[in-house]
Design a protein around this ligand. Structure first.
Ligand SMILES: Nc1ncnc2c1ncn2[C@@H]1O[C@H](COP(=O)(O)OP(=O)(O)OP(=O)(O)O)[C@@H](O)[C@H]1O
Length: 961
């Protein structure tokens, strides 16, 4: 004890001598201190460990456990103070940015002049001349010209980078909680889509904005939830672009998504898919998916003309940032359809309708912006769907950016004048006509100052973030050391490289927060709870908590997959070539096949993308999915808890993409294996023509969209099945099942196709629709998945539909009749491969059946059902030897007519559904056989029920295959 004291005194004495003698410099003192510290004694020199800064300056220390606690609490205080400082900086930055945007105008207008591309006639290409960065001169005649001024003019040679640099402040505002809209407006073929979407080499505003948003979100001190939606307004109707839609000209229009307004004026679109994205790549992949389903067509002006307004919504939620304008806000990016003159484009038929719809909504948008700028009491939002959707994002409290595009061609002069007048009208109203040059100069100076200030703040912000990171690392080291130390025993603590910046930061913090929290009286320090709430303690918590439950930016594991999108760019429209374009938006992280990059040919092509790297998601507890989880994006919508539940359900981007990756884009809609998100209604007799089916399908699409992650329990399905056991009441059963599915699914709100545990297959003439529910056994995020599939059928030579086969998945149970009820079941249909109708052995289901049992089962059935013996010979049996030497047979049911001939629809069969789970525990052959017979009966009943709906025999026999 005595020796410790003397050493400590020595250090103090050395420090006190500083300045008395010329050679007693601080570096000398420090080096002597270091020598003392490295003495074999285990005495910690207090002076050198009192602050983390000093603590770092040495290579290693021997510290008592009690002192370590002090060090930890000091580091924690510093982290808390730094976090608090960052929040203060955020507030300052938001204020500066707001002032900046106010000076620039809440509605800013840029003008981009399209470049002259090769092959165009250069003689007639110079009516539009860009003068400088904010003025544009339009040559009307040889001696007549008109000038326009905008917030920014982009010359024909301007790059995508330049454009985005002007857009970026709006993205920052979005992170600050403001709603924002970025529009691309202009005549057809002037480069709106190019600006917004870009090309693989030059990505446009949308991908860059998404990337910037993620980057800034990561840089900020908060945790954000981002969800992605994409829709188009086509012929005045809203269509979800993340859910495939039929684009065949003959198909009826799907029902329009409806727009809802909450009492506070927040806008929400019913049934619009909102998928939570965790990183840029996920969002980009969804964007590409959505772009595939956009309505585009070839017109006289543009071979890939957008025939709709394409709208992308990014919803940002942050719970722990009270300084944000809103807890949940939105960024809309809108690629407006091109305004066009019918006389010029010579559009007719559908093209004409599309052009008219686009022009009308553009005009309505102009009226709304006009009214907003004039601060009219009445804003005519209701005049178009476009303005209704954007209602809460267009206005005083929002940021609006309009990118007006013009053509350099002389022949487009009229359209150019119209576009420029529109843009000027929008802008002039805001800035005021009478703004003098002096005022403008003052504004410029003020804006420059604000920009500098913002830069300063951002630099400081970054410094502090770096320091917080280092402090966190240090804290982790110290905490780990303490954990490994044993009580009061002294221990050795490895210290990292010197980090002088920490001290500097601490000093700067002092400017703002006076002192680290530890220096404040205890009663003035924030509680743990309040620090958590304000986000101050976030980093702290993260480090202290061994299980970082809240922030899961670091993926648990990664899986790379190659997604192949088949493209069928084939014309559907009678009048002109209409194609479904693939996105060129494979820049940044995407790679497109050469075919696809170069043209939008009508040939089928494939865009192969090798980039989708998604984190594997955790499987959340199922109880979560019983919660109602509708996500509302409007301000004041819903509550925090609700969002959190829904957020867990939005995470299945990879599954979503996987579900859609085989979706044909256009006419291949009706091809085999095409998924149609619907089930037909069995109540209606078959008056079904193609349109009826499609309508029904779409109705169900909407319903299924609501069917999100709701678990359908096997028991309930069974109960329902029990309720409709007789052949006559199959209709009722199906209705019940359908109602059940709908009811169970409606209460939640994530991606469609989610449910579990059962599979119901309903077949109709010409098509088979499968509402399949699979338990997600594959370790993916969502525990449940509901798919509605349609398989078009080919008739085989016997007139029997050849799609009855199923591929048996190990660990799953399958029935040859397409009807399976089992909690582990997971069926895959392979319609073209009839050989797959051979039934394989099933593993791990608890229900096993040998094929010899099946033989007797199959033979038994006709007898039981009163079938004529003559039909039994239709049963073709083939056998194979099993590996174990037991003679196992594989039976190929060449025709199932034998089973259900003639009497099939006359007989009133009464057969209880099998409780597969319960019976699966029985392993005796008799039990198994019984189960199998029951399954077959059940499917018979189902088929009969469908037959009673009016399907003909052939269809029914096909069903039994
Ligand atoms: N700034 C530009 N640089 C290079 N190419 C451009 C530029 N702007 C437009 N283009 C090219 O012009 C063609 C038409 O552009 P785009 O399809 O983007 O026009 P649009 O305004 O979206 O038309 P529409 O309204 O009919 O959809 C495209 O081939 C595009 O690559």
């Amino acid at each position: 004890m005595e020796s410790r004291k003397s050493v400590r005194n020595l250090v103090e004495s050395l420090h006190s001598l500083l300045g008395f003698k010329a050679h007693f410099t601080s570096s000398w003192v420090n080096s002597v201190c270091d020598i003392i510290k490295n003495l074999p004694s285990e005495v910690p020199p207090d002076d050198c460990t009192s602050t983390p800064g000093n603590f770092e300056k040495t290579g290693s220390h021997h510290i008592e456990a009690g002192d370590l606690g002090t060090v930890i609490s000091k580091i924690e205080d510093e982290i808390a103070a730094s976090s608090y400082h960052i929040n203060q900086l955020n507030i300052q930055r938001r204020q500066v940015l707001n002032d900046f945007l106010d000076l620039k105008g809440n509605i800013r207008v840029f003008c981009r002049v399209r470049p002259i591309t090769l092959g165009q006639n250069f003689d007639h290409l110079r009516p539009v001349i860009a003068l400088d960065s904010s003025n544009l001169l339009l040559k009307l005649a040889d001696n007549k010209s008109r000038s326009y001024s905008f917030d920014r003019v982009f010359h024909p040679g301007s790059s995508q980078d330049e454009v985005f640099s002007e857009v970026e402040p709006v993205i920052k505002s979005v992170l600050d909680g403001y709603n924002a809209c970025i529009f691309a407006y202009g005549q057809t073929s002037t480069g709106k889509t190019f600006t917004m979407e870009g090309t693989p080499d030059c990505p446009g505003v949308v991908p860059r904005a998404i990337e910037a948003l993620f980057k800034q979100a990561v840089d900020s001190n908060h945790e954000f939830l981002l969800s992605f939606s994409m829709l188009e307004i086509y012929l005045g109707k809203l269509r979800d672009l993340l859910i495939p839609q039929s684009t065949k000209a003959t198909d009826p229009m799907p029902p329009c998504l409806s727009i809802q307004t909450d009492p506070k004026g927040g806008i929400e679109i019913d049934n619009l898919a909102a998928i939570q994205v965790r990183d840029f790549n996920q969002a980009l992949a969804l964007y590409r998916l959505g772009c595939r389903f956009r309505s585009t067509a070839s017109t006289n002006s543009n071979t890939t003309s957008s025939r709709s307004h394409c709208m992308i919504r990014l919803t940002i939620t942050c719970f722990d940032a009270p300084e944000r304008r809103r807890e949940t806000n939105k960024l809309w990016t809108v690629d407006l359809g091109g305004s066009e003159r019918v006389l010029k484009t010579k559009a007719w038929g559908r093209r004409l309708e599309e052009g008219k719809a686009i022009n009308l909504s553009l005009s309505a948008l102009g009226d709304v912006i006009n009214a907003l700028q004039r601060k009219n009491r009445h804003i005519p939002y209701r005049n178009s769907k476009l303005t209704q959707v954007l209602r809460d994002s267009l206005g005083e409290d929002s940021k609006t950016l309009m990118l007006v595009h013009v053509s350099p061609k002389e022949e487009d002069l009229c359209e150019t004048i119209c576009s420029l007048n529109f843009a000027t009208r929008v802008r002039t109203i805001h800035l005021g006509n009478g703004e003098s040059a002096e005022v403008r100069d003052q504004k410029e100076v003020a804006m420059t100052n604000l920009q500098q200030k913002m830069k300063q703040i951002e630099n400081e912000h970054q410094d502090i973030r770096r320091n917080i990171k280092k402090l966190n690392e240090k804290l982790e080291t110290v905490t780990r050391t303490r954990a490994s130390s044993d009580g009061l025993e002294a221990f050795h603590l490895p210290i990292e490289v010197p980090q002088p910046k920490i001290e500097a930061t601490t000093n700067r913090i002092g400017d703002f927060t006076a002192a680290p929290l530890s220096q404040l009286p205890r009663f003035m320090r924030p509680t743990v709870c309040s620090r958590r709430k304000s986000g101050i303690d976030h980093q702290n918590l993260k480090e202290r908590d061994p299980v970082p439950a809240r922030r899961r930016r670091m993926p648990l594991s990664h899986r790379a997959e190659s997604v192949t999108f088949p493209l069928k760019n084939t014309s559907d429209y009678n009048s002109e070539c209409s194609i479904s374009r693939t996105s060129c938006l494979v820049g940044l992280n995407m790679k497109c096949s050469a075919d696809n990059e170069t043209d939008y040919s009508e040939d089928t092509s494939e865009c192969e993308t090798k980039m989708v790297v998604f984190p594997e998601q955790e499987k959340p507890p199922r109880s979560l999915f019983r919660q109602k989880a509708h996500l509302s994006h409007g301000e004041g919508y819903g509550n925090r808890q609700t969002y959190k539940f829904s957020s867990t359900k939005f995470l299945k981007v990879d599954n979503w993409l996987h579900l859609h990756k085989n979706e044909p884009t256009s006419i291949s809609y009706a091809t085999k294996s095409k998924r149609v998100l619907a089930i037909p209604t069995p109540e209606k007799k078959i008056t079904c023509n193609g349109q009826n089916i499609a309508e029904k399908l779409h109705e169900k699409t909407v319903q299924n969209h609501e069917c999100r992650n709701k678990k359908i329990s096997h028991e309930k399905i069974e109960k329902l099945a029990d309720a409709g056991v007789t052949g006559r009441s199959i209709d009722k059963t199906l209705t019940l099942l359908k109602d059940f599915v709908n009811k169970n699914c409606r209460s939640s709100s994530i991606s469609p196709y989610h449910t579990t545990d059962a599979e119901i297959m309903i077949k109709r003439q010409g098509s088979v629709y499968s509402l399949s529910t699979e338990d997600n056994q594959c370790g993916n995020f969502s525990p449940v998945e509901l798919r509605c599939d349609r398989y078009d059928q080919d008739n085989d030579d016997n007139g029997v539909n050849g799609m009855s086969n199923m591929k048996v998945v190990p660990g799953k149970m399958h029935c040859p009749d397409g009807f399976t009820l089992n909690s582990n079941s997971c069926c895959h249909f392979s319609p073209p491969d009839i050989d797959n109708s051979i039934i394989d052995l099933i593993e791990d289901t608890g229900v096993s059946i040998s094929l010899s049992e099946l033989e007797s089962h199959c033979q038994q059935v006709p007898t039981d059902m009163g079938m004529s013996n003559s039909n039994e010979k239709d049963l073709h049996v083939s056998s194979q030897h099993s590996k174990k030497g037991t003679s196992l047979h594989q039976y190929k049911l060449r025709s199932q007519r034998a089973l259900f001939m003639e009497n099939a629809n006359k007989k009133d069969l009464s057969m209880p559904f099998v409780k597969l789970q319960g019976s699966s525990q029985n392993t005796g052959i008799c039990d198994i056989l019984k189960q199998k017979i029951q399954i077959l009966y059940a499917s018979t009943l189902l088929g009969l029920g469908i037959q009673s709906c009016g399907y003909n025999n052939d269809f029914f026999y096909g069903l039994m295959l």
